[in-house]
Design a protein around this ligand. Structure first.
Ligand code: OGA
Ligand code: MN
Length: 292
């Protein structure tokens, strides 16, 4: 197994490994450490079935069955389908997943360690791949905040709400998303999260606030909260924190959902098919101990 860092603010390729067989404990520790260090890991050229994909994910923690899980692989409710493709005129996957900067599961009391995508179909135009997934480095975003802001926000929390992103997407012209049901709202009520948290793998602080789900800073007047969140979102949006993954079919990509935010670039058309399998790994294990 070979780790090839991108040389950019995030990202590495993990080469010479076949994920159809389980990683050894030593390999797993290497991958876990690399996930903390590089944030986004690409395992190219992986030809594995849905079961092996889910098993790989389960190594990192419990797999979430998403609250908005309308589309999943047969017999695998934890393997969601992200796609713009249709069968008999009906969508076969969630067509607009992640199109806006966010962090998966920050709206959940139990947060996510990672997401894993396995690219089945990647749209292309003129030989170039479309539908990049972009990431931002929240270790670096924290490190470069003004000292006085770090001090004043230390120990504070902010409220995150699943409905923020959902309703933002629903408001787009032509959105296929139905309104959230009472049941979905009840399963994912708004939750408070620390604005800065210690990353379980790196042991360093990260900025854990994202424009997709973070609503307001708790215990602060609305206007003050709005101003600080605007500042935090503008700060993390600086180009120096940005990394883009350009997809190749059979890429298996795992990213850190604590130390990065991400965005799906919607630059492809309905007749340019994209199909991703996805699992969301909840942060249910003692990663500090596992990475040690
Ligand atoms: C996700 C997501 C990005 C993409 O899976 O959480 O945001 O590029 N997807 O499909
Ligand atoms: Mn996402």
């Amino acid at each position: 197994m070979r780790i090839v860092p991108s040389g950019e603010i995030l990202g590495a390729r993990i080469e010479d490994v076949d994920l159809s067989a389980p990683l050894t404990d030593g390999e797993f520790r290497t991958v876990l450490r690399a996930l903390g260090e590089h944030g986004v890991l690409c395992f190219p050229d992986q030809h594995i079935d849905v079961a092996a994909f889910a098993a790989f994910g389960r190594r990192f923690g419990t797999l979430e069955i998403n609250v908005a899980n309308m589309f999943h692989e047969p017999d695998f409710p934890e393997v969601m389908i992200l796609s713009n493709m249709t069968r008999d005129g009906k969508p076969i996957g969630l067509g607009d997943a992640g199109q806006g900067w966010h962090t998966d599961m920050s709206y959940s009391r139990e947060i996510a360690l990672a997401n894993i995508l396995h690219a089945q179909r990647v749209p292309h135009r003129d030989g170039a791949p479309l539908g990049d997934t972009q990431f931002r480095n929240m270790h670096a975003a924290y490190d470069t905040l003004p000292q006085d802001l770090k001090r004043s926000l230390e120990g504070r929390t902010a409220t995150h709400d699943f409905a923020k992103f959902w309703d933002m997407m629903r408001a787009r012209p032509g959105s296929a998303r139905p309104p959230l049901t009472e049941e979905q709202r009840r399963r994912k009520p708004p939750v408070s999260q620390p604005i800065f948290r210690i990353h379980p793998i790196t042991g360093r602080r990260v900025l854990y606030a994202n424009p997709g789900y973070t609503m307001r800073i708790d215990g602060m007047p609305q206007d003050e909260s709005d101003a600080i969140l605007d500042f935090l979102f503008a700060h993390q949006a600086e180009d120096r924190f940005l990394y883009a993954h350009h997809w190749t079919e059979n890429d298996l990509l795992i990213w850190d959902n604590i130390g990065t935010t991400h965005n799906a670039v919607a630059d492809y058309r309905a007749d340019e098919p994209r199909y991703m399998r996805r699992v969301q790994v909840m942060a249910t294990l003692d990663y500090a101990a596992m990475a040690a």
